[in-house]
Design a protein around this ligand. Structure first.
Ligand code: SF4
Ligand code: SF4
Length: 377
């Protein structure tokens, strides 16, 4: 435990990026032109001053839609140089790093390219070597899609269950620390319902007028919102496929492989297509996005995460197509290696943004209910 004086200093001293958000918010609080764009501006108006926790909260409430930059009369090249999305993006990266557990691994957020590459190399090597160790070769006679003749079910359940649980636990430990610093009190069920609605609908990617985000110029588009939905619901369908298959295995006694028209395969196929369309679209948008919108240091994290999602769906659909052939073991090893890399990077990559944003949305729901100047209570 740090001495009390040091903890007080940690809470109050602003980094360079946080100081910039404080400056920007002071200008915006006087201007208030963007009040209807998203939750950041009404949350800002509940504050007269911006402490470190307030800044971290507002940064994670921002969905980086770009609308306030394109509407701002004080944006660069104006001498005020107001760029809310970029200032918020820089603080968000610091937030993930600051709250990461264990603290030493928080630096991985700034080296996301290396992190993803290492995780992929580790995952692929591990499962290709395991395939050879368990079967004696990468090639085998057709196994009618029976994965468990290569990797026993219990081995896979143990490996992926333990890594996923640990990764999610580490991420949640950071989010809980964040929540404790920003929390205005206990949420009610109405707050949870409102925050869930805004998270699931991605309300604040509509630019405040329903026409969507700005990407490379002043034009509005709903594409980022749509591609996020493809990605998120695709991921959830794949998760539902895994849960259903686990239920079949343990409770119904139905062993894989399941036919193409079974519930787990249909869910997994639809999820895989969603995870192909969504990340491909997000990568395309990311490559053509105005450099003014975000933090250039976050690009490796954004693109590394998108790449992992794309590889997950591509390798999963490839495995489905080739599961009756002699190379099923290789296809399976590649898919499992990619999924393992995705799991390993959960606490130290872009996956975190959804969790921190949900916490910020929940705080905003509480604040809104409690009314003006709740943050000063
Ligand atoms: S972003 Fe610009 S226009 Fe919008 S509230 Fe801030 S200063 Fe005003
Ligand atoms: S970039 Fe979009 S979400 Fe972020 S503060 Fe501006 S209007 Fe709100």
């Amino acid at each position: 435990m740090q001495p009390l004086e040091q903890r007080i200093i940690d809470v109050n001293v602003l980094s360079e990026a946080e100081t910039e958000v404080e400056r920007v918010m002071q200008v915006c609080n006087a201007c208030r032109y963007c009040e209807g764009f998203c939750a950041v501006f009404p949350a800002m108006t509940q504050r007269l001053a911006f402490a470190k926790a307030d800044i971290n909260y507002l940064a994670n409430l921002c969905h980086n839609c770009g609308a306030c930059l394109h509407a701002c009369q004080y944006a660069p090249p104006h001498e005020f140089g107001i760029n809310v999305p970029q200032a918020m993006a820089q603080v968000r990266l610091e937030t993930y790093q600051h709250y990461a557990r264990p603290a030493a691994l928080g630096a991985l957020y700034r080296r996301a390219g290396v992190t993803v590459t290492l995780a992929l190399a580790l995952g692929l090597t591990l499962f290709l070597l395991l395939t050879i160790a368990l079967t004696g070769s990468l090639r085998h006679p057709p196994l009618a899609g029976d994965f468990y003749q290569i990797f026993p079910h219990n081995l896979l359940a143990w490996m992926f269950g333990s890594v996923f649980t640990l990764a999610l636990g580490l991420l949640m430990a950071g989010v809980i620390r964040f929540w404790r610093e920003i929390s205005p009190g206990a949420p009610r069920s109405a707050d949870l319902a409102e925050a869930s609605h805004h998270a699931l609908a991605l309300t604040y990617l509509d630019g405040g007028h329903g026409k969507g985000c700005n990407e490379s110029d002043d034009a509005f588009t709903l594409l980022r919102r749509r591609f996020h939905h493809f990605t998120f619901y695709g991921f959830m369908l794949c998760f539902a496929a895994t849960v259903t298959a686990t239920g079949y295995h343990y409770f119904a006694g139905w062993q894989a492989p399941y036919p193409f028209l079974s519930v787990p395969v249909i869910l997994g196929t639809l999820g895989g297509i969603g995870l192909l369309v969504g990340p491909a679209g997000l990568l395309w948008l990311n490559l053509r996005r105005s450099p003014l919108h975000g933090d250039p240091r976050q690009k490796p994290m954004d693109r590394g995460f998108i790449l992992l999602l794309l590889l997950t769906s591509l390798s999963g659909l490839g495995l489905l197509a080739g599961r009756d052939g002699a190379w099923m073991g290789v296809l399976l090893a590649i898919h499992l290696g990619v999924v393992m890399a995705l799991f390993l990077t959960i606490p130290y990559g872009k996956f975190a943004h959804g969790f921190y944003r949900c916490a910020a949305l929940l705080k905003w729901a509480i604040e809104k209910r409690r009314g003006s100047h709740a943050a000063d209570d």
